[in-house]
Design a protein around this ligand. Structure first.
Ligand code: DC
Length: 226
């Protein structure tokens, strides 16, 4: 029997990757790794330190100063520890979303985080979600899923998530920022957001969360013979 499995789930923001990946990871006892949260830690640290993304030396200095750890709480929710501080709540603001997208386009940042992401897959059965997991981080993953949904529906979900947390945002702004971030993530030169050639495309437009989870579960059961 195979010792560990690696499942890659890529797709644009708001497609439901993290919620679905967490749910299916729990079902199979796999470790869930939200790689976007790792890029968000870099974005938060850069904002705090006022680092200019066009200054390679400042970026390198920032990366050297970072200690990023990932813990899972009792409910299987990933907690991000940045230089000893739990920043899981602070990395979810619109400002950090944009900074994460900005800094994730830099080759130095991507190279810095690559080993960290691969190390998880060497040690555990993982479900890893991000933008380039199937194409760059885990090109030999046992299963690659590209999870997507229409822009309008993804923006609506993000809007609901932010307002539920008490944030004062309007739908049009959320949609505009999401489209800008999608364009930046898909258009960058290094490791752009795109479906791997051998990925299974799962479109969650018009589907409830439970329906989407059931769909991904059935793909995993079928492809991994679980
Ligand atoms: O999944 P997310 O919205 O939390 O990701 C935040 C940003 O990080 C996103 O705009 C793109 C970047 N990212 C990336 O470039 N590669 C990944 N594997 C995950 C995220």
């Amino acid at each position: 029997m195979k010792k560990t499995y690696a499942v890659a789930i890529d797709g644009p923001s708001g497609a439901g990757k993290s919620t679905i990946a967490r749910a299916v990871a729990g079902k199979f006892g796999f470790m869930y790794v939200d790689t976007g949260a790792i890029y968000r830690c870099v974005g938060l640290a850069a904002l705090r330190a006022g680092v200019d993304k066009t200054d390679p030396e400042a970026v390198q200095q920032l990366l050297q100063s970072l200690q990023i750890e990932l813990h899972h709480d009792g409910a299987g929710v990933q907690q991000m520890i940045l230089n000893g501080e739990n920043v899981s709540g602070q990395i979810r603001t619109p400002e950090v979303s944009l900074a994460a997208s900005d800094f994730s386009a830099l080759p130095a940042v991507r190279a810095f985080l690559l080993d960290m992401q691969r190390a998880f897959a060497r040690r555990y059965s993982v479900i890893m979600d991000g933008r380039d997991i199937g194409t760059v981080v885990l090109p030999d993953a046992d299963l690659k899923i590209f999870l997507t949904a229409s822009s309008a529906e993804r923006a609506r979900r993000r809007f609901d998530e932010l307002t539920a947390k008490g944030m004062n945002v309007d739908y049009e702004t959320v949609l505009r920022e999401q489209l800008a971030r999608d364009a930046q993530d898909s258009g960058r030169a290094v490791a752009p957001l795109k479906a791997a050639q051998d990925a299974v495309i799962v479109d969650t437009t018009g589907k409830t969360l439970d329906e989407s989870i059931a769909l991904v579960l059935s793909v995993m059961e079928e492809r991994l013979c679980l």
